[in-house]
Design a protein around this ligand. Structure first.
Ligand code: PMV
Length: 348
């Protein structure tokens, strides 16, 4: 089959890790397994236009538009991605591409768009491959999309499907892989259905530490081995918790994972301190709220100062009132985003 020209659009969500990926080997292989909730509203929409060239070029040919404007600042990242995925998509240099992308969340909000952005682009390229190979089966399409997304940004491989996705080999998780994310297929208690994630935008500054550098710093980190073992143990614990629905145990694992991620950054050489005073103020308010109400609001963090608030749907009303009354004041310009667990990427 030859395909002269066309376009395809995918919308892909962000995800929030419960057990964190921090540390990698060559070829974007994770040093430990991770698991995340796929989000629903925080999404990147990417349209890929392609036109076959008269003769294959020596280099990649693409233009890049972000929210309507041509954006050369993103070129090096996309070029690196193209170089990494070309061995698996040998037709890339036969086409001239236009990539148009936009995010549902405010840009420069400090929300990392690499997971949603890289997964959306990977899916678009897979749609072109499927046009070239119409026999391709659905499972292959999904797995390979995740595989390619991983080569763009590790955590992006967890954004293709929902609602819980595991990435990285683990003894007790059926079919888990270092090469791509797979949906968590075990029993999940109703307490975790429709789980909420409200993202408090504490600090919108550019990240002080790129995740590439952060992962590298785990290479000769004094606590690396213990940390990697702990991630396996925490995944085992979560597997049991998802079955039992025990929200108090869930909180213990998830908050410890967030603080451990930051502890790794604080104890690497060089060291980084990414929490801000408002991050700590929020965390202390959460501890007090739990003591006073017995509700199950908990926090998690990425490699930055913003706080993700996780809570069950059945406690949403009281929790959202508390966020508006007590936590909003710690957000830059009072900004926060109400999101929830979602079911993965969609073709438009
Ligand atoms: O996907 P990367 O290389 O940007 O790494 C992201 C790592 C964390 O967001 C800090 C944790 C995770 O598992 O998502």
């Amino acid at each position: 089959v030859t395909v002269e020209q066309g376009e395809v659009t995918w919308q892909s969500p962000s995800n929030i890790a419960l057990v964190k990926y921090w540390g990698k080997l060559e070829h974007q292989i994770p040093a430990n397994p991770s698991i995340s909730f796929t989000l629903n509203s925080c999404r990147t929409t990417t349209k890929l236009k392609f036109q076959k060239k008269q003769k294959p070029a020596a280099d990649f040919d693409f233009r890049l538009f972000f929210e309507g404007d041509e954006k050369d600042a993103f070129r090096p990242k996309i070029l690196k991605f193209m170089q990494r995925v070309e061995p698996y998509l040998p037709f890339l240099k036969d086409y001239e591409f236009t990539i148009e992308t936009s995010n549902s969340f405010p840009h420069s909000s400090g929300i990392a768009s690499s997971a949603s952005g890289m997964s959306a682009l990977a899916l678009c390229l897979m749609s072109l491959e499927r046009q070239l190979d119409p026999e391709m089966d659905e499972e292959y399409f999904t797995r390979k999309s995740s595989f390619l997304a991983r080569l763009g940004s590790g955590s992006a491989c967890r954004s293709i499907e929902g609602e819980l996705v595991v990435w990285g080999m683990h003894n007790n998780i059926y079919r888990s892989s270092d090469l791509y994310g797979v949906p968590f297929r075990d029993e999940v208690h109703d307490n975790f259905r429709n789980y909420r994630d409200t993202i408090l935008l504490v600090d919108k500054d550019e990240k002080q530490v790129s995740s590439t550098l952060g992962h590298d710093l785990m290479n000769d980190h004094p606590y690396a081995e213990t940390r990697f073992r702990q991630a396996h143990d925490n995944l085992d614990k979560l597997k049991k918790i998802f079955r039992s629905g025990d929200l108090s145990e869930f909180i213990k694992v998830v908050e410890s994972e967030a603080l451990t991620l930051h502890a790794m950054m604080m104890t690497s050489q060089p060291y980084f301190l990414l929490m801000k005073p408002n991050t700590l103020a929020i965390i202390n308010k959460i501890f007090r709220f739990r003591e006073e109400t017995g509700l199950h609001l908990c926090f998690t963090l990425d490699a930055g100062a913003n706080v993700h608030l996780l809570f069950p749907e059945k406690e949403a009303q009281e929790t959202l009132e508390f966020i508006e009354a007590e936590l909003k004041q710690f957000c830059q310009n009072g900004q926060y985003i109400n999101d929830r667990v979602g079911s993965g990427a969609k073709k438009l």
